[in-house]
Write a protein that binds this ligand. Structure first.
Ligand SMILES: [Zn+2]
Length: 290
């Protein structure tokens, strides 16, 4: 557990995303939920011993940010309207509940009995949604919840001015591999500029250590490197399948290693990134030509 503001804390060593919380004078506000069921329950019990949890705000629809919501059955979940619409599809992205339980027998045996447990059958999609922006006041704290599409369509930043902190989800991967498998890269670059314009000292990324605004340039450069790499294939009329056959030196686009227990996905990730960007860059080129 790491303190990142006067009343803000995060956990960067869990498997999955960096779940965080702010301790207000009227209870807790959580940002994303711990991915592993046992981590989620330990967190909840420690918090609820001290004060109630008022809200759980999701930054994005990827499973490592939302699958722990189920273990907070009495907490009001907040998320972008498109996150709510697509909640079940994203939850099932990495398999059915049965498949998850089987995988967990190896990866996290302590959590197996909690998968599909009758007390936690509601997956807890957002109840409170927004389109562009939503402001919540809890105790003495303000939560500016802002739509910043990029890494995903419903991507959301939570700016807490009293703490000087913004929580960005995976619009920022701090010194670990950037996942661009479904992003709109141009929206992502615009989101990084919008984050830069916020009055904050600390940026809490979806993965990696907390950082400052100095890293935003580097994050933008990684997105731009990938765009440039794929554009060269598109310009030469090379399809995504053909491009994937060429040797890929990922380090030229992104110098950082895979984070938080995700190494097994590395090869599949590169393929997903290349297909996504190839499709988007080709579409953009064709739209310009017509
Ligand atoms: Zn993500």
């Amino acid at each position: 557990m790491r303190r990142i503001g006067r009343n803000s804390f995060t956990e960067i060593y869990f498997r999955g995303c960096n779940p965080s919380f702010i301790e207000t004078s009227d209870g807790y506000v959580m940002i994303d939920s711990p991915q592993q069921p046992m981590d989620a329950l330990r967190w909840r019990e420690r918090m609820e011993e001290k004060a109630p949890i008022r809200y759980l705000i999701n930054t994005e629809p990827h499973g490592d940010h939302i699958s722990g919501n189920a273990y907070f059955p009495n907490v009001k979940v907040v998320g972008h309207v498109k996150l709510k619409e697509n909640f079940q599809r994203y939850l099932n992205q990495f398999g059915t509940m049965e498949e998850k339980r089987e995988r967990m027998k190896k990866s996290d045996p302590d959590s197996v009995w909690l998968v599909g447990h009758p007390d936690y059958l509601n997956p807890k999609a957002p109840e409170l949604t927004f389109t562009d922006k939503l402001t919540l006041h809890v105790g003495q704290h303000t939560f500016n919840i802002i739509h910043h599409p990029g890494h995903t369509g419903p991507q959301t930043s939570i700016h807490v001015p009293e703490e000087g902190v913004v929580f960005t989800g995976d619009n920022i991967f701090h010194k670990c591999r950037t996942w661009l498998q479904e992003c709109d890269p141009w929206e992502w670059l615009a989101a990084l500029e919008a984050i830069d314009a916020l009055d904050v000292e600390v940026i809490m990324p979806g993965h990696g250590d907390p950082c400052g605004k100095a890293y935003l340039k580097e994050q933008a450069q990684i997105v731009q490197n990938w765009i440039g790499y794929i554009e060269r294939f598109v310009d030469r009329g090379i399809s995504a399948d053909e491009a994937l056959k060429e040797p890929l030196d990922v380090k030229r686009q992104d110098p950082y290693p895979m984070g938080q227990n995700l190494f097994e996905h590395e090869e599949r990730l590169n393929g997903m990134i290349m297909r996504n960007l190839h499709k988007r860059i080709l579409e953009k080129k064709q739209a310009r030509a017509s």
